[in-house]
Write a protein that binds this ligand. Structure first.
Ligand SMILES: [Zn+2]
Length: 290
């Protein structure tokens, strides 16, 4: 169902506008805009970031390995699903990875800024993209799976976002989250990326449970690269945030990129065996709506 943000009523997802108040989301840059006030600017993201990102992510170890763990988690914990919404879909790199493995799933992507959606719609024309605020999701009991990958750490009201995800999922629906982990890894990279926090395991798990979910899996990942991450962060902390080069970590020599990818593949093999890694640059949480 759709949830009308104007009158609070619920209505059939196939209707273009709310039958109670007749309000229809406006179009901005060709996309349905559910939070038009934020479509072109937000304190959380920089619009120019998307064009830089689209070029770098396709070959990069971080994005490739994160797609591998996400596709595996979907196969394992969601198994068969009809619909998937990714909140904060960026340039749809994750959604295109999912589309390749689950060609029959109906895919949806959202962003707070319309800037990234143009790239996303080009990359994955079969998916539906919309502009929305994750703190006010215009759906109820609608999706089988909702993913938010490295999104919650940008938002002050993360508990509210989790409650909105809970409402937008079908009963028994699955939420998949990745978040950066460990406050002691906080660095210029977090400041540049407009992060509000890095999580502890306890904080993210408590918030997910409080929103009405049962945790199916919670593990660190990017564990094998912690020493490299710490070295890179220590060096970058010496540089003022204004001069910080966020893409330096993404523009690695090819042999380093390949080595990191290999190490992360080994790490994923451990996670697939059921081992929950205690520390790591990020945490994956998969949970079910109860
Ligand atoms: Zn309405």
């Amino acid at each position: 169902m759709k949830r009308c943000l104007a009158c609070g009523g619920y209505y059939n997802s196939t209707y273009p506008n709310c039958p109670q108040c007749h309000v229809k989301p406006q179009l901005i840059d060709g996309f349905e805009a559910h939070a038009p006030a934020f479509a072109r600017e937000s304190s959380g993201f920089k619009p120019e970031y998307f064009s830089e990102l689209a070029k770098l992510e396709a070959a990069n170890f971080w994005f490739k390995s994160r797609n591998a763990i996400l596709v595996w988690a979907l196969k394992t914990y969601a198994q068969v699903f009809g619909s998937f919404l990714e909140i904060g879909c960026g340039t749809a790199f994750v959604l295109s990875g999912i589309a390749a493995v689950f060609p029959n799933a109906k895919l949806f992507g959202s962003e707070i800024l319309t800037a990234g959606l143009g790239f996303a719609a080009q990359r994955l024309p079969q998916a539906k993209f919309m502009q929305m605020d994750a703190r006010d999701i215009p759906f109820k009991d609608e999706f089988d799976v909702i993913g938010a990958f490295d999104v919650l750490e940008h938002i002050e009201e993360d508990q509210q976002v989790l409650a909105q995800i809970h409402q937008a999922l079908k009963p028994q629906g699955i939420v998949m989250l990745t978040v950066p982990q460990h406050e002691w890894l906080w660095s210029a990279a977090d400041e540049y990326a407009c992060h509000v926090r890095r999580y502890t395991r306890e904080e993210i798990e408590t918030k997910v449970k409080k929103a009405g979910f049962k945790i199916l899996r919670s593990t660190s990942f990017i564990t094998v690269l912690l020493p490299a991450m710490m070295a890179s962060r220590l060096l970058s902390n010496k540089v003022p945030v204004k001069e910080y080069d966020a893409q330096a970590e993404l523009r690695l020599p090819q042999y380093v990129n390949s080595l990191f990818l290999l190490l992360l593949n080994c790490e994923l093999a451990l996670i697939k065996l059921g081992i929950n890694l205690p520390i790591g640059g990020s945490r994956l949480v998969v949970a079910k709506r109860i």
